[in-house]
Design a binder for this molecule. Structure first.
Ligand SMILES: [Zn+2]
Length: 195
C-alpha cells in the first residue's frame, strides 16, 4: 500500500488565491524563553491551501463544513490527467465520468479550471465530488457560476490539491477538512492510497 500526500503545505508566504488571507503562525509559548512547551497560534482563511468548499460557500443557509457527509470525501476516486490542456477545461476534455464518482482533475501549472459548461456536465453526470489542483475551480470570470452549479447540486468541491506527481488512474481518496462549526470552507489534509 502506497500513500501519496496530495496536500499543500501551510506556511507564511505560500501561494494564495488573490485576496485570501494567508497563514500566520505565532509562537505563544517558547521553550527557548523558559516556557515548558512550544505552543503556537495559527490563523488562516477558510479557503487556504488544500480545502473543501461546502454548499455554504455560495448558498446562504447551505450546509457548512461540519455538516458535509464524510462519505463525499472518502472513497474510490479517479485521477484524470488534463495537463495537456492549455486553456480552461471543457466537457469533452474531461471525457466520461460515472454517477457517484469522486473525480480529481490534474492540470497544467496553475491547475484545472472549469468552464460553466463543464460544471453543468459534471452535474448532469451525477458525480459525487470533484477536486482540482487549482486554487479556484472556476474559469476566470466564471468562478461564481461554476461554484453555484456544483455546490447547488450538492457536489463536494475540493481545491488546491497537489496532483503534479500523481499519475492518472484509480486510487482510494481520503480528504479530512477541519470540523469547524457552520463555516464556509475547510482546510484539509488529502491523501491518495494506491492499492
Ligand atoms: Zn474554496
Amino acid at each position: 500500500m502506497k500513500v501519496i500526500d496530495i496536500s499543500m503545505t501551510l506556511s507564511p508566504g505560500m501561494e494564495m488565491y488573490p485576496g485570501e488571507p494567508g497563514p500566520v503562525i505565532t509562537r505563544m509559548s517558547k521553550l527557548e524563553s523558559g516556557d515548558l512547551y512550544n505552543v503556537s497560534q495559527l490563523t488562516l482563511g477558510t479557503h487556504t491551501g488544500t480545502h473543501v468548499d461546502p454548499p455554504l460557500h455560495c448558498i446562504e443557509g447551505g450546509a457548512g463544513i461540519d455538516d458535509m457527509p464524510m462519505d463525499m470525501l472518502v472513497g474510490p476516486a479517479r485521477v484524470v490527467d488534463l495537463s495537456h490542456i492549455r486553456k480552461d477545461v471543457e466537457p469533452h476534455d474531461i471525457g466520461n465520468v460515472e454517477p457517484g464518482e469522486i473525480v480529481l482533475l490534474k492540470g497544467k501549472k496553475g491547475g484545472v479550471r472549469l468552464t460553466t459548461a463543464s460544471a453543468q456536465y459534471l452535474m448532469d453526470k451525477g458525480i459525487k465530488t470533484v477536486g482540482t489542483d487549482a486554487l479556484s475551480i472556476g474559469a476566470s470570470g466564471e468562478e461564481y457560476e461554476v461554484h453555484t452549479v456544483l455546490l447547488g447540486a450538492d457536489i463536494a468541491v475540493i481545491e488546491g490539491l497537489v496532483l503534479s506527481a500523481v499519475e492518472a488512474g484509480q486510487y482510494l481518496f481520503v480528504c479530512l477538512p477541519l470540523k469547524v462549526a457552520a463555516v464556509d470552507g475547510g482546510p484539509a489534509r488529502a491523501i491518495l492510497i494506491e492499492q
